[in-house]
Ligand binder design. Structure first.
Ligand code: NAP
Length: 248
């Protein structure tokens, strides 16, 4: 019970890495609040997570939704100990095919949404709280078609440093989890065809020293370390969980 009686908020807690982390945190004793746009998957996730967890429907690009998330969380459970800034989208396109709409779509969710998630949460965070940003190895690795996505992930890597600097006086730590290639529904939302996904997956898969994609459960364990007091001296840092992909 490494998060016994802690209150954790997870944006995008209704799918993939966020859902696995919500289940792990709840199993470790946390009261978990998940946030996402799709009511059906929020309902299904709550049934899976258990331990009094609740779902709040909303969009990280909407300030009112984020304010409601943190207001309702503190009314229900009190102040927040762990904030996992996880909601994200990916869309792959060569540089000459990226238009304003596509650029804004990814940036508004992955970067602006992450910034305002923390901004709206700050007054409701306990001193000593842990903020975890879900970035990606894309923040440090050049990949064709991923320029905008990768830049948003570099942006949240930067936010962890800036927020740590601003909030250190309250003992609040901000750290980054950077997953490699993880088996989640995200891969079906890239805008790529089945064949392109398979080619991309095979190409990346062949480069992973661990010899396989990672699982959402493995990311949840890494997030648990950053959420818990076991990482009390890990501050403003990045935990790369990629099966060694960026090491070769
Ligand atoms: P996923 O299964 O597609 O989950 C994405 C989550 O984000 C969903 O719960 C989705 O919920 C939520 N979300 C998206 N847009 C949102 C918005 N505007 N407002 C609120 N919630 C929103 O994908 P995943 O792989 O678990 O991704 C989670 C994070 O891990 C992302 O930040 C992603 O960039 C990062 N990541 C993933 C991989 C990988 O290989 N899978 C690798 C590196 C990093 P709704 O659709 O209901 O809103």
């Amino acid at each position: 019970m490494r998060l016994k009686d802690k209150v954790a908020v997870i944006t995008g807690g209704n799918s993939g890495i966020g859902l696995a982390t919500a289940a792990e945190f709840a199993a470790q004793g946390a009261k978990v609040v998940i946030f996402g746009r799709d009511q059906e998957s929020l309902d299904n996730a709550i049934a899976e997570i258990g331990n009094e967890s609740i779902a709040i429907k909303g969009d990280v690009t909407k300030g009112d939704d984020l304010e409601r998330l943190f207001k309702e969380t503190s009314e229900k459970f009190g102040s927040i100990d762990v904030l996992f800034v996880n909601a994200g989208v990916v869309s792959a396109a060569p540089v000459d095919e990226v238009d304003d709409e596509n650029f804004d779509f990814i940036s508004n969710i992955n970067f602006k949404g992450a910034f305002f998630t923390v901004q709206k949460a700050v007054s409701k965070l306990n001193d000593g709280a842990s903020i975890i940003f879900n970035s990606s190895i894309a923040n440090r690795k050049g990949m064709p078609g991923m320029a905008v996505y990768s830049a948003t992930k570099a942006a949240v890597r930067s936010l962890a440093r800036s927020f740590t600097a601003e909030l250190a006086g309250r003992g609040i730590r901000a750290n980054v989890l950077s997953p490699g290639a993880i088996e989640t529904p995200l891969w079906g939302k890239t805008g790529m065809s089945e064949e392109q996904i398979e080619e991309f997956s095979n190409d990346i898969g062949a480069q992973i020293p661990a010899g396989r994609f990672g699982t959402p459960g493995e990311m949840a364990k890494a997030a648990l370390f950053l959420a818990s007091d076991e990482s009390s001296y890990v501050v403003g840092a990045e935990l790369i969980a990629d099966g060694g992909l960026t090491q070769l």
